[in-house]
Structure formats: structure tokens, C-alpha cells
Design a protein around this ligand. Structure first.
Ligand code: NDP
Length: 434
């Protein structure tokens, strides 16, 4: 805290993990002797760089680029790139720190990292986005590689951006390798990667409901926030599993559709036209648009799936969810619930699936993309989807085992933190003080 006092998102993420893993230290004195916690909170490397580019009017623009290579104990650094004006070193560090445990939970050999820029792609032309991506990669390429650090997408970094980034990497390094995941299917991408985080979130929620409540999505009313990659495919899978999803949102507002979100319309607005969620209410009878994205938590539901951004549910909003009958919150976005919100879930017996477990499906399929690139082959959609489902179910099982062994039985948050931590800590001890 002395060193990083102003990095509030990072400290929030660290506190949540440290508060829950304490019981592990009694059985594992070697962790303390090897300074595991002190080393864990210090990234192995932080790269911060200038990203200059020229806009369509011929003006020079300068953004900040980041790559935090947090922990490589169990594999090459792995984690997404975020392009958003709210990106700071503290945000990238919190995301990178969370990523260490998430990647460990998938069971695949991936370390933790994260990166991005304060570049805002909203309103920018394809040519501007391309020039920005090329400039960003011109610096980033010296720090990454298929065996070192393998970035992927995150907020505002989708297929278009990954394509531009991959093209520039290939050109500069004269090398065609699996250095990025989320690539186009024509050049090494994996089927199911686009759907993976949203689908994985629903597989996780369905399994947790089955094991802990003998229940399922069938017949449930679901509130989803966001309307990006994670939200769209969470809505698709929750609907396929028999639920009715009644909301979607963006940073300006949310739509309420009592008949269940029409996915064809939503996909057309967001994926084809890069439009705003307000357009949904103009196109669908019975749907209403409300200004202000946070109002989405006032909508009555059984299950809430936050899929937009960090700290999007505070204590008051969590209480509103509970008062309206919500009994399940599983997180698609990273750290969407403030510590106060988590306390409300815990005090009201809400089935709470924390982000690092519930949204691990995206990085899990990224790991499978790396495997396919190494083998130089492509698995079918159903093959990858089945592996994704298996991984999400295993994450629920491993979290519950860890919670039972070391902490509070049934506590998915504590279980995820402990299960993710132990593997990384053991590797850090075995590799010496580095
Ligand atoms: P997208 O860029 O596809 O979508 C983000 C959505 O969230 C948009 O609807 C966006 O609205 C909204 N949003 C972004 N910032 C804010 C904000 N400050 N306030 C309110 N709404 C906001 O990103 P993804 O769907 O990929 O990512 C969503 C979340 O899921 C993030 O937390 C990300 O870290 C996490 N995640 C993503 C994974 C992936 O595979 N993509 C994997 C694991 C986690 P608007 O258009 O108005 O900005």
C-alpha cells in the first residue's frame, strides 16, 4: 500500500485475494519463507510507452500504451489488451493481477499479464484504428512472443483490432506465430473464441446452480449489463438454456425488453453497425430505453450477469438486486462488484460467482487456440465448445473443493482464490527467489 497507494483498483483486487487465502498459510509455511505474497504483488515487468499516430485530419495524436507482465510462474504471460479512455496503470495492474489466478484456474499453462491504452476508438475510422494499432504494436512487439507473452482482446479490442495488431507483428518480426489469440479463423484463430467468455459464464453459472441449489437457468429472468462481446454471447447462451434475458446496456443507458432480448436485432446493432443500445428500443416493439447505465440493477430478476466493466455494482445497487428477489450474481466483467456489493451478496445468501472463475472461459479458449497453433491444426466448434464446458465445470468443482478444505464450504469466491493461488505459489517456491 505504501508503494502503490494511489492505485485504488489494484489495491482493491489484491485485498480481496489476500483476505481469502489466509487459511492456506497454516498448512504451507514454505509460502511465507519464500516471500510468495511480497513477490506476487510486484509485477515481473511493467512496460509503459508512447503511441504516436496521425488522425484522418492529419493531426498528430499521442496515447499511452501499457503491458504489465505480472507473473510467469506457470506459463508465458497471457491476458488481454484494453483500449478505453479510463485505462491507467492501476487498471491494467488490477486486471493483470486477477489474470494470474484466473489463468491458473483454467488448468492450462498460462501466466498472468494485461495491457492496453487510453486510446478511445469510439468515432474513429477503420483507417485511424489501423494506424493506432500499427503504432502500438511497433513498440509492443519487442516485449511479446509466442513463448513469452501472448496478448488477446478485451474492452474495445475485438477481431478488427487483433487483425491489425497481428498483421503489424508479422511484418516487423517476419514470423507467423501464435503471438496473439482471438485471431481471425483464416489466420490461426479458434472456433468458439468469440463466444467463449459469455458461453463460459453461463456454463459456470449453470453448473454452480446445479451443484449448490439443484437448480438451473430454466424459466429464470436474467439481467445482463453491457452489450459487447461478453454480454452478447452470455445473452445467447442463457436464452438457449431456457432463461429470459430482459436487459442489455452500454455506457449511456440500458434497454428493458419484457419479451426477452431479440438477439438478431442486438447483434445487428452492435456487431454489424457498431451502434448504440438505444437503437434497440427504436427497432423492437415493447422494449424501452432508459438513460443512465446503472439503472439496469433496478430491474427485477432472478439472476444478474454483469458483463460491462469494473465496479459497476455498488452496495446500494446490490441491495436493490436482493430486495427485488435476485439470488444469483455471476460475473462476466472483471471486478464488477465493489467490496460493499460483495458483502451484500454474502449477507443475503446470494450465489456469487466471482469474475476470475466465472469469466475464465475466454482465456481458456485462448489457451486452446495456442495449443491448436502449436499443433498447426483446427478443432471443430463442437470440440472446442465441449472442452470449454468441461473446463468451466472443473473450475466450479475445484473451487468448491478448495473452499471445503481450507475455508467456508460452498464459498465460490474463497475457493477460486485459493485454488488459483496454490498452483502459482507452489511453482514460485519451486523456481526459487526470482
Ligand atoms: P466490449 O468492448 O465488447 O464491450 C464492453 C461493454 O461494456 C460495452 O457495452 C460498453 O459500452 C460497456 N462499457 C465499457 N466501459 C464501460 C463503462 N465505463 N461504464 C459502462 N459501460 C461500459 O468488451 P468485452 O465484452 O470484451 O468486455 C466486457 C468485460 O468483460 C470487461 O470487464 C472485460 O475485462 C471482461 N472480460 C472480457 C473477456 C473477453 O474475452 N472479451 C474475457 C474475460 C473478461 P460502450 O460501448 O458504451 O463503451
Amino acid at each position: 500500500e505504501q508503494r502503490d497507494g494511489d492505485q485504488k483498483e489494484f489495491l482493491q483486487a489484491v485485498r480481496e485475494v489476500f483476505e481469502t487465502i489466509e487459511p492456506v498459510f497454516k498448512d504451507h509455511p514454505q509460502y511465507e519463507a519464500a516471500g510468495v505474497l511480497e513477490r506476487l504483488v510486484e509485477p515481473e515487468r511493467v512496460v509503459k510507452f508512447r503511441v504516436p499516430w496521425v488522425d484522418d485530419e492529419g493531426h498528430v495524436q499521442v496515447n499511452r500504451g501499457y503491458r504489465v507482465q505480472f507473473n510467469s510462474a506457470i506459463g508465458p504471460y497471457k491476458g488481454g489488451l484494453r483500449f478505453h479512455p479510463t485505462v491507467t496503470e492501476a487498471v491494467i495492474k488490477f486486471l493483470g493481477f486477477e489474470q494470474i489466478f484466473k489463468n491458473s484456474l483454467t488448468g492450462l499453462p498460462m501466466g498472468g499479464g494485461k495491457g492496453g491504452s487510453d486510446f478511445n476508438p469510439k468515432g474513429r475510422s477503420d483507417a485511424e484504428v489501423m494506424r493506432f494499432c500499427q503504432s502500438f504494436m511497433t513498440e509492443l512487439q519487442r516485449h511479446i512472443g509466442q513463448f513469452t507473452d501472448v496478448p488477446a482482446g478485451d474492452i474495445n479490442v475485438g477481431a478488427r483490432e487483433i487483425g491489425f495488431l497481428f498483421g503489424q507483428y508479422k511484418r516487423l518480426r517476419n514470423e507467423f506465430s501464435g503471438v496473439l489469440t482471438g485471431k481471425g479463423l483464416e489466420f490461426g484463430g479458434s472456433l468458439t473464441r468469440t463466444e467463449a467468455t459469455g458461453y463460459g459464464l453461463c456454463y459456470y453459472t449453470q453448473e454452480a446452480l446445479r451443484v449448490l441449489r439443484n437448480d438451473s437457468f430454466e424459466g429464470k429472468t436474467v439481467v445482463v449489463s453491457g452489450s459487447g462481446n461478453v454480454a452478447i454471447f452470455a445473452i445467447e447462451k442463457a436464452t438457449a438454456l431456457g432463461a429470459k434475458v430482459v436487459t442489455a446496456s452500454d455506457s449511456n443507458g440500458y434497454v428493458y425488453d419484457p419479451n426477452g432480448i431479440d438477439l438478431d436485432v442486438l447483434k445487428d446493432i452492435k456487431l454489424n453497425k457498431r451502434g448504440r443500445i438505444s437503437e434497440y428500443a427504436e427497432r423492437v416493439d415493447g422494449a424501452t430505453y432508459f438513460e443512465g447505465c446503472r439503472g439496469v440493477w433496478s430491474v427485477k430478476c432472478d439472476i444478474a450477469l454483469p458483463c460491462a466493466t469494473q465496479n459497476e455494482i455498488d452496495g446500494t445497487e446490490a441491495q436493490m438486486l436482493v430486495d427485488n428477489g435476485c439470488t444469483v450474481v455471476c460475473e462476466g466483467s472483471n471486478m464488477p462488484s465493489t467490496p460493499d456489493a460483495i458483502e451484500v451478496y454474502q449477507n443475503n445468501n446470494v450465489l456469487y460467482g466471482p469474475a476470475k472463475a466465472a469469466n475464465a472461459g475466454g482465456v481458456a479458449v485462448s489457451g486452446l487456440e495456442m495449443s491448436q497453433n502449436s499443433y498447426r491444426l483446427s478443432w471443430t466448434f463442437d470440440e472446442v465448445d465441449a472442452r470449454l464446458k468441461g473446463i468451466m465445470e472443473e473450475i466450479v468443482a475445484n473451487s468448491l473443493d478448495a473452499a471445503k478444505k481450507y475455508g467456508d464450504e460452498g464459498d465460490l469466491m474463497q475457493g477460486a482464490n485459493i485454488a488459483g493461488f496454490i498452483k502459482v505459489a507452489d511453482a514460485m517456491v519451486a523456481q526459487g527467489i526470482i
